[in-house]
Design a protein around this ligand. Structure first.
Ligand code: URA
Length: 232
């Protein structure tokens, strides 16, 4: 089956569950997920054996999304880092701590949001004993969109937050200049609104303290906007 080639989706593949990208229910009631939407626990189980791209070979495990199935907002990062790969949970390393602290300052309760990544295996280059993050390529992002679509199909969030360019690419099916468009909401063909912001690891990479503080403040303002959008 062909899915929305205009958004860059391609053949759905041959495994039993097609991506749940059609027939989004009306937002207003936020009632039951569509009948064909697979529960997150089942998706997580299926994804443990994912071989849709070669990244599984070197990673410790698949890091699937986490959060309530009735979350109104889904936050999407790039891919698990070193600590996430070991823990099997998204955003628990340094970027996760920056993310958590900013959410707390913006009064967004992480327990009420669903947090996931565009790519669910850690891609890295070994350097001595260290594993250095390596950006996933377009093919890897495309292959893993299978899972993100299924997560969205199950949760049916009212809002998605793209944390950085890989997430924006995956959610919108095209490259988005994140620094130019941060703070904006872009609506997808299926009606899902996607809020664009930076990846929190960008803040960690800034060395100059004043610049770091300023970027952290901008990210906090973005999270405050998300909080307001959640309330709409
Ligand atoms: N960076 C991400 O994009 N996701 C994580 O889970 C951790 C770091």
């Amino acid at each position: 089956m062909q899915h929305r080639s205009g958004r860059g989706w391609t053949m759905a593949g041959t495994t039993p569950h097609e991506p749940a990208i059609s027939g989004r229910r009306a937002r207003a009631g936020h009632a039951e997920p569509p009948d064909d939407a697979v529960p997150i626990a089942e998706l997580r189980d299926e994804a443990t054996g994912c071989r849709r791209c070669p990244l599984w070979r070197n990673a410790t495990q698949t890091v699937f999304g986490e959060g309530p199935e009735d979350a109104e907002v889904i936050f999407v990062g790039e891919q698990p880092g070193d600590q996430e790969d070991r823990a099997g949970k998204p955003f628990v390393g340094p970027a996760g701590r920056m993310f958590d602290a900013t959410l707390e300052d913006a009064d967004v309760d992480r327990r009420k949001i669903y947090v996931t990544n565009a790519v669910k295996h850690f891609k890295f280059e070994p350097r001595g004993k260290r594993r250095i993050h390596s950006k996933p390529n377009a093919g890897e992002v495309q292959a893993c969109r299978w899972w993100l679509d299924k997560e969205i199909g199950r949760i049916e969030p009212r809002l998605a937050v793209a944390l950085g360019s890989t997430a924006a690419q995956s959610l919108l099916g095209k490259a988005v200049p994140v620094l130019k468009r941060r703070g904006e909401v872009i609506e997808r063909d299926d009606g899902l609104r996607v809020f664009i912001t930076i990846h929190p690891s960008l803040i960690l990479r800034i060395r100059e303290p004043e610049d770091k503080d300023a970027e952290r403040e901008r990210f906090l303002n973005d999270m405050r906007k998300v909080k307001r959008l959640m309330a709409e």
